[in-house]
Design a protein around this ligand. Structure first.
Ligand code: MSP
Length: 635
C-alpha cells in the first residue's frame, strides 16, 4: 500500500511516570513537534501523539516512596508531562495514558485476538530477572553477570506465564526490514536489528502473575494475570486512534512514524512489528531512532545528579533558543553532549549575531531609507537573482533534510542563507547606495531582496522556532504561513513594516561566569556543617577496629552486615555494599564511631558506624595506613 502523501502521523514513546520529565524526554518530544509542525505547514493532515506509560512495579514502588496512592501518583506525574509540553511549545494532537479506559479495552481486544489465533500460549519459565528493570535478561545481555542498567546481580525466577510466539514471525520480519530499507532508520539501527535477528528469537513473556504485580491490565483470558509492560505500552499507538473502527485509525495508521531513542530499539523494532503482524494489522512506516543526550560528557543520571530540567533552561534562555539548540546540536541517530556553554555560544553567535542582526539591520534600513515602507521594485530593470536563488536552494534543502530527520543539516542550510544575506548587505553597501539618488532603484532592489529573504527564513524556521517565526512575520506585516509562503516575490510595495526589535539579547558570558563562580563559593559554604566546640568533637569515641566478617543483607542493595573487633565484637550495618564486596572488606582495619546510640536497620541492630568518605557515586572506607592495635583511639 502506498500511503497518501498528504497525511502524516507521528508518535513519541509514552514516558514512564516513575520520574519527572528531563532533557531526553524533551528532545524526543520536540523532534516530534518539529516534524508535526513542518508537515502541517505543508498543508498535510497531521496527527501527533504523546503520552505516559503508567503500569508496572516501578510505578507502584515510586508511589510508595512518595507516600502516595498509585493512582494519585500517576495522575501527578502524568500531569507534569502534560503541563510541560505547552511550556516547550509542543503542540500535540492527543495525550494518551495507559490507564485510559479506551486504551485498556484495546489492549484486551488485541490480546484476545492473538490468543484466539493461537500465538499466545501458557508455559513455565525460568530466567534471570532484574527487579530494577522489571525484565528478564539472557546470559548474553548481562555485563559481567550483572544487569547492564543497574549493575546488580539478577535473580533466578521461575514462574508460569503467557508467551507471545514472536519466533514465528522472525523470518517475516527479516524479510520486511530487508525489502523496506527505511523501515528502521538511520541505517545503523536497521543493521543493529538485523544483526540481532541473526540469532533465533525467543518468544516474548507477556504476563505477570497478579501475586507479583496488580497494577496492570488483566488478561482477558486469564484473570490471574496482568499483561506486562510492552504488550500494554506499544498498543497505545493504535488505541489512541480508536482502533479498529474509528476513522482516525483508518486515516492515520497507514502513515505511522515512531520516534524513539536507541534504548527502546528492540521493543519497537522487533516486538511491535511482530505483534502487529500477529494481530493482522499493517505495520508502521518508519521507526526513527535517535541517540542519547549526555551531559558534560557523562550519562545523565539521578545518582550522578546531572539530570537536566528543561523547564529551568527554558526559564533562563527562553524556549526558542532551547529548541534551536536541541535541533542544531544533535545529529539524529548519534549521541550528543549537552553543556550550557555550548548553548550560550549558539545563542550568541547563531541567534543574536546572525539571525538577530540580519533582522535588525534590514528593518533599520527600511525605516532609514524608505520611511518604513516596503520599496517598489516593479519598475526596476535590475537583474540579480543571487538572493532569490540562495533562498530557493535553502527551501529545497530544508525540505529534503526535514524529511530525512536531518534537523541539524536543515538548520545549517537556513543559516547558510542567513550568512549569505549578511554578506550581501556588506557587499552591496546600501549606506553607500543611499548617498546618490541615481542609485535609488538599486537600493530598493537590495532592500526588497533582504525583506523577501527574511520572510522566507521566517517560514523555514517555523517548525523549530514557531514564536520567532511569528515575530518576524508580524514585523513584516505578513500572515503566518500564508499560501505561497515559500514562493519568491510575495511582499507588496508600500506596506508599512514595524521597527526593528531585539529578537535574541546576547548573553553576557563574563557576567554569567562570575555569577556561577559566586554560586560555587556559596555552595561550598552552605555544604559546611555549623561550627562545633572541640569538646563536642571529643564526645565522639572513634576507635580502630578490624573487620572479622561481612555479609550482604539479602533485602538490601546498599547494606553490608559487618562484625568488627574494636576490643570487643560489634555488629555494624554499613551502607557500602555497592562499593565493597564482603571479600574486599574482611580483614581490613577501619575507623569506628564506637559510642553512637545503636540503631536498627533492616531488622539488624547496628552498634556503631564505620567512617567513609562519600560524595555522589564515590565511597571510600577510611583505612589506617599501618596495622594498629584494635581499640586504638582516633583523635
Ligand atoms: N515507557 C517506555 C516507552 C514505551 S513506548 C511504547 C519508556 N519510557 S521512558 O520514560 O524511559 O522513555 C524513554 C525515552 O525517553 C527514550 O526512548 C527517549 O525518547 C527519551 N530519553 C530518555 N533519556 C534520554 C536521553 N538521555 N537522551 C535522549 N533521549 C532519551 O521507555
Amino acid at each position: 500500500m502506498t500511503p497518501n502523501q498528504d497525511i502524516f502521523y507521528i508518535t513519541t514513546p509514552i514516558y514512564y511516570v516513575n520520574a519527572k520529565p528531563h532533557l531526553g524526554h524533551a528532545y524526543t518530544t520536540v523532534v516530534a513537534d518539529v516534524c508535526h509542525r513542518f508537515h502541517k505547514m505543508k498543508n498535510k493532515t497531521a496527527f501527533f501523539l504523546t503520552g505516559t506509560d503508567e503500569h508496572g512495579d516501578k510505578v507502584v514502588k515510586a508511589a510508595q516512596n512518595e507516600n502516595m496512592s498509585t493512582k494519585g501518583y500517576v495522575d501527578f506525574i502524568s500531569g507534569l508531562f502534560q503541563n510541560l509540553w505547552p511550556d516547550l511549545s509542543v503542540d500535540f494532537s492527543q495525550f494518551i495514558r495507559t490507564t485510559d479506559v479506551n486504551h485498556i479495552e484495546t489492549v484486551k481486544q488485541i490480546l484476545q485476538k492473538i490468543y484466539d489465533s493461537g500465538d499466545i500460549y501458557f508455559s513455565e519459565y525460568e530466567g534471570l530477572y532484574c527487579f530494577g528493570c522489571e525484565q528478564f535478561y539472557t546470559e548474553k545481555e548481562l555485563v559481567d553477570g550483572l544487569c547492564p542498567d543497574h549493575g546488580t546481580a539478577p535473580e533466578i525466577i521461575k514462574e508460569s506465564n503467557y508467551f507471545f510466539k514472536m519466533s514465528a514471525y522472525q523470518d517475516w520480519l527479516i524479510d520486511h526490514i530487508k525489502t523496506h530499507p527505511t523501515f528502521i532508520r538511520p541505517e545503523r539501527y536497521r543493521n543493529e536489528v538485523l544483526s540481532f535477528l541473526k540469532d533465533p528469537l525467543e518468544d516474548l513473556c507477556i504476563s505477570r502473575p497478579k501475586t507479583r504485580l496488580t497494577w496492570g491490565i488483566s488478561l482477558p483470558f486469564d484473570d490471574r494475570y496482568v499483561t506486562y509492560v510492552w504488550f500494554d505500552a506499544l498498543i497505545n499507538y493504535i488505541s489512541a486512534l480508536g482502533y479498529p473502527d474509528d476513522q482516525r485509525f483508518s486515516t492515520f495508521w497507514p502513515h505511522a512514524q515512531h520516534v524513539v531513542a536507541k534504548d527502546i530499539l528492540k521493543p519497537h523494532g522487533i516486538y511491535w512489528p511482530t505483534m502487529l503482524k500477529a494481530a493482522g494489522i499493517p505495520v508502521y512506516q518508519h521507526l526513527n531512532v535517535h541517540g542519547y543526550w549526555n551531559v558534560d560528557n557523562s550519562k545523565m543520571s539521578k545518582s550522578v545528579g546531572n539530570v537536566v530540567d528543561p523547564l529551568k533552561l527554558k526559564d533562563v534562555y527562553g524556549i526558542e533558543a532551547f529548541r534551536y539548540f536541541l535541533m542544531r546540536e544533535m545529529s539524529f541517530g548519534l549521541d550528543a553532549d549537552f553543556n550550557e556553554s555550548a548553548l550560550v555560544q549558539r545563542i550568541n553567535s547563531d541567534l543574536a549575531n546572525d539571525l538577530g542582526n540580519l533582522v535588525s539591520r534590514t528593518l533599520t534600513m527600511v525605516h532609514k531609507y524608505f520611511k518604513g515602507l516596503i520599496p517598489d521594485i516593479s519598475v526596476s530593470d535590475i537583474k540579480d537573482d543571487k538572493i532569490k536563488e540562495a533562498a530557493s536552494d535553502a527551501v529545497r534543502a530544508v525540505d529534503s533534510f526535514m524529511n530525512d530527520f536531518a534537523f541539524n543539516k536543515a538548520l545549517a542550510s537556513i543559516w547558510e542563507l542567513i550568512s549569505h544575506m549578511n554578506r550581501y548587505i556588506d557587499s552591496s553597501a546600501p549606506w553607500e547606495l543611499a548617498k546618490k539618488e541615481e542609485n535609488r532603484d538599486e537600493l530598493s532592489f537590495v532592500i526588497y531582496n533582504l525583506l523577501e529573504g527574511l520572510r522566507i527564513i521566517a517560514g523555514l524556521i517555523y517548525p523549530v522556532m514557531p514564536d520567532t517565526s511569528q515575530k518576524i512575520l508580524a514585523l513584516l506585516k505578513q500572515d503566518m504561513l500564508a499560501t505561497g509562503m515559500f514562493t519568491w516575490g510575495q511582499l507588496n510595495a508600500g506596506i508599512r513594516i514595524e521597527k526593528s526589535v531585539t529578537l535574541f539579547p546576547r548573553i553576557d558570558t563574563k557576567a554569567k561566569k562570575e555569577k556561577q563562580k559566586s554560586q560555587k563559593i556559596d555552595r561550598k559554604l552552605t555544604d559546611l556543617k555549623p561550627e562545633i566546640d572541640y569538646e563536642d568533637f571529643q564526645k565522639i569515641d572513634l576507635r580502630v577496629g578490624t573487620v572479622l566478617d561481612a555479609e550482604h543483607i539479602p533485602e538490601s542493595k546498599k547494606l553490608l552486615k559487618l562484625q568488627v573487633d574494636i576490643g570487643e565484637k560489634r555488629t555494624i550495618v554499613a551502607g557500602i555494599s555497592k562499593h565493597y564486596s564482603p571479600e574486599d572488606i574482611i580483614g581490613k582495619q577501619v575507623i569506628v564511631a564506637a559510642n553512637l546510640k545503636p540503631a536498627t536497620l533492616m531488622g539488624i541492630t547496628s552498634e556503631g558506624m564505620v567512617l567513609a568518605a562519600v560524595k555522589k557515586k564515590k565511597c571510600s572506607v577510611l583505612i589506617p595506613d599501618q596495622s594498629l592495635l584494635v581499640g586504638t583511639p582516633v583523635q
